[in-house]
Design a binder for this molecule. Structure first.
Ligand SMILES: [Zn+2]
Length: 279
């Protein structure tokens, strides 16, 4: 048996949830990280909303653990775009405070063993006002220092990862005192070389082209689908069985060795998240 992990998937109660996880398992998946996302039932209008919405993600993880043979893990954290409606409602300064309290709460779940990282957090992936941009960076820097204090990774959602973006994020990690390899860049291109990713950890969107290019550079990367389990957009960003199908396909045609698969799916997980996997 070969370990196969999807490093970034979302599941929703209104979506396929456990059935999507089962599609992943049937294709050969063994463990997955279910990332928190904003659920429409729980708009963030105050600090207390975070608890409800994080608990929803943890509940879905529990369902997957109970109803499938998969090892499922959670990441929780305030989704960066939530700052926008929040700032509209309570003002930017108060919004910033609430987002930071959301980071503190996420850290509590990590400390309690309910989540393995703070994420996805970061900054909006589209142009925003200078005020929102600065506030987002301020919140992110705070989150990185919280992660440093408890020794866990952060999973970043940001604008497209250009060389300048990698450098900027690496500088922020340094400023916060968070080790660069505890900064996981989700939705990453195959930026596997250290000079490309500045020592941050890429979680690569698992198209065939991306994974081939990533493999040509090494094995220091995660594979992900960013499946969003949204009924109105089925199989977006990629279907939940993509990572096992891609991995098995590449192994069968000799483009990935089993040893490389063990490194990508197991050793990298253990190193970055600091959790030993029992298969
Ligand atoms: Zn995502």
């Amino acid at each position: 048996m070969i370990p196969i992990m999807d490093n970034h998937m979302h599941l929703q109660l209104k979506g396929e949830n456990v059935r999507a996880a089962e599609r992943f398992r049937k294709a050969g998946g063994t463990h997955l990280i279910i990332s928190h996302m904003p659920y429409e039932e729980f708009p963030i209008t105050a600090e207390r909303n975070f608890k409800k919405t994080f608990e929803r993600t943890l509940r879905i993880v529990e369902m997957v653990r109970k109803e499938t043979e998969l090892m499922a893990f959670a990441t929780v954290g305030p989704y960066p775009v939530e700052l926008l409606p929040l700032a509209e409602k309570v003002g930017l300064e108060e919004g910033k405070k609430i987002m930071k309290r959301g980071m503190d709460l996420a850290a509590e779940y990590v400390k309690g063993g309910k989540a393995v990282a703070i994420g996805e957090i970061g900054r909006p992936h589209f142009p925003v006002s200078a005020e929102i941009w600065d506030a987002s960076n301020d919140i992110l820097l705070y989150a990185m220092s919280v992660a440093r204090d408890i020794g866990c990774p952060v999973v970043l959602h940001t604008e497209s990862a250009t060389p300048e973006v990698w450098k900027d994020l690496a500088n922020m990690a340094d400023k916060a005192g968070l080790a660069r390899d505890k900064v996981i860049k989700h939705y990453s291109p195959p930026a596997v070389l250290p000079e490309e990713n500045q020592g941050l950890f890429p979680s690569v969107l698992s198209s065939r082209k991306n994974i081939r290019e990533a493999l040509s550079k090494g094995t220091r990367f995660f594979m992900e689908t960013d499946y969003i389990d949204e009924p109105s957009r089925p199989n977006i960003v990629m279907p939940p069985d993509t990572v096992p199908k891609r991995t098995m396909g590449l192994i069968l045609n000799g483009e990935m060795t089993e040893e490389q698969a063990w490194t990508i799916h197991k050793e990298n997980f253990e190193t970055v998240y600091g959790i030993e996997l029992e298969l």
